[in-house]
Design a protein around this ligand. Structure first.
Ligand code: ZN
Length: 261
């Protein structure tokens, strides 16, 4: 069964800015979806903020193996209940790929638990995305570095938790550096943050950038059945312990009590 990818985009710059519309006539989501053209192992759909429930109904998320997220000017318009729904699916095992300015999305900040702040500059400078973890599946097929002629600068310190793995570090023409490709696991779900992709530049037409997105989708896919009970905290009675035991000493909680959340 193919990996079911869903590309989510707020799709706001495309509506309000002629430059972005010219670069991405099918929307940024449309350009990202093209990463999977010719990859028979992935089926791809798209969803946008203005759809009912932002196109992220429970049913749709249940049919999604890997969710890709592009957001920027409309982070605040994303409904908290839907963010919670996405978080639960990540905990259950859905993969999540957060792109570029998605570092400040509600879903990424919530899953990271840190400010996710960074330095930035919009000067159309060269970005060199260095592959520092050459055997990582997300870097498969890439040369030593990807050179992007025009990009926005993101600079350290990037206030994320220490990553599980760092796959890419970017150098910028102006001198800053940035951890551009980092992995995490939250619950049963794999997460990859990938930096390039400013809306004013044609980054999502770069075949190597699309290769990273395709590789990351394969990497983030968890083929196991969803871990629906991942958030449960069962009270295991003493006589049902793997080695049954007698209760000793005082207890605060009664048998079968659910406990506090
Ligand atoms: Zn940007």
């Amino acid at each position: 069964m193919p990996i079911r990818a869903l590309v989510w985009n707020e799709n706001e710059h495309e509506k309000s800015n002629a430059l972005v519309r010219r670069l991405y006539p099918d929307g940024i989501h449309g350009a990202i979806a093209k990463a999977f053209a010719g990859d028979a192992a992935v089926t791809v759909e798209t969803a946008t903020l203005d759809m009912p429930e932002h196109g992220l109904t429970q049913d749709r998320l249940d049919r999604t193996d890997v969710l890709l997220w592009w957001g920027h000017m409309a982070h605040g318009k994303v409904d908290d209940a839907i963010v919670e729904r996405v978080q639960k699916r990540v905990w259950e095992g859905m993969g999540l790929i957060v792109l570029h300015s998605g570092h400040f999305s509600k879903i990424f900040k919530r899953l990271m638990g840190t400010p996710c702040s960074l330095k930035w500059r919009e000067a159309g400078e060269v970005e060199r995305v260095w592959v520092i973890n050459r055997n990582h599946p997300i870097a498969a097929g890439l040369p030593e570095y990807i050179e992007i002629e025009y990009e926005e600068m993101y600079g350290e310190p990037f206030t994320i938790p220490e990553p599980m793995e760092t796959v890419f570090i970017s150098w910028f023409e102006g001198g800053e550096v940035f951890r551009s490709g980092v992995t995490y696991q939250r619950g049963a779900g794999r997460i990859f943050y990938f930096r390039p992709g400013h809306e004013a530049y044609p980054t999502y037409h770069n075949p190597q950038v699309l290769q990273v997105i395709r590789n990351a989708t394969h990497w983030a896919h968890n083929p196991a059945a969803p871990w629906r009970s991942v958030g449960d905290a069962p009270n295991v009675p003493h006589d049902k312990a793997p080695v049954p035991l007698e209760v000793k000493g005082p207890r605060l909680h009664a048998d079968g009590e659910e406990g506090y959340r």
